[in-house]
Write a protein that binds this ligand. Sequence first.
Ligand code: F6R
Length: 366
Amino acid sequence: EKAGFDHFMLKEIYEQPKAYRDTMGSRIDAAGGQVVLNEVKLTPQQIWDIHNIHIVACGTAYHAGLVGKAVIEQLARIPVEVDVASEYRYRDPIITANTLVIVVSQSGETADTLAALREARRSGARVIAITNVVGSSVSREADDVIVTWAGPEIAVASTKAYTSQLIAFYLLGLHFAQTLGLQDETMIRSTIAALLKLPEQVEQILAQAEQIKEYAEHIASHNDLFFIGRGSDYAVAQEGSLKLKEISYIHSEAYAAGELKHGTLALIEEGIPVIALATQEHLLEKTVSNIKEVKARGAQVFAIAFEGNPDIGKAVDLVFEIPRTLSLLAPALSVIPLQLLAYYASLARGNDVDKPRNLAKSVTVE
Ligand code: F6R
């Protein structure tokens, strides 16, 4: 059932090109240059009337929501807040009839996410669910459901469900942008073309897994490390850090690169690994200057960057290159090496990769 892979997690990492294709599926009309998201039944007027969006989820799904915020705000210019469900449900959020709530849950059964959905509906908001399980509690109780067609995810650490959630946000962001007429046709068309290239680009990254394995074996003997990034790179850094902690038990922290000098820089000492996400072109110069800050204090920096970026190469110890895409879509590529890193670090430490200690796949109690 692991189809020749040693672990479900590795199998699921390699299933991502298919998960991307299946989640995009018939929702992209490439010839017509548009997204067709029939399952979102909001009328154009209702989309116009959205004042704000709350994205609510837990763990990895929350991290997908952080990327979702950037996508929706950039494409549709609607203000978005992202909350972890266990906070949202108790913080008396300001929800009006013009608030759209988007809950994200692979299983569709997470207790806090479900409670947040119910709270949102009680307050009169419309709820869209992004879930991987057709017929799940979340899918039954939401107004609209976008199914991520990642297929069953068995490993406790989420991989293909997360990236399929990113695809769902890209489709939703484009759907809103099209409806609101906010982006010109060329922009929509080029984003769709870039989306369609992602599965093949993921395959190119997977073909270089050996490079990541080597680096993972190097960090396996460390007890602390840092992930840094700006913008969507920061969102991906948070997901990379969670994945690593969850299965390798190596302590790590993700920091917005510009925040380091406000405290965390004190922890940077000789030899500490720092993983720098550097895909956001408009922020690159700033990220490079943060990389120099940690290098100057002895950190060993491993960067994830688009191919053909000499400035990054010069500034760090090691670069893992990913194929070029739009900045907005970069998370769907840059997270792949981080998933592989967590996997191989866990393996090198002799852990039970698919069943990390103290954790359950589906958290149906508070
Ligand atoms: C981490 C992980 C968890 C889940 C979280 C929410 O790898 O899998 O953080 O993302 O428990 O689960 P769902 O998406 O089922 O609501």
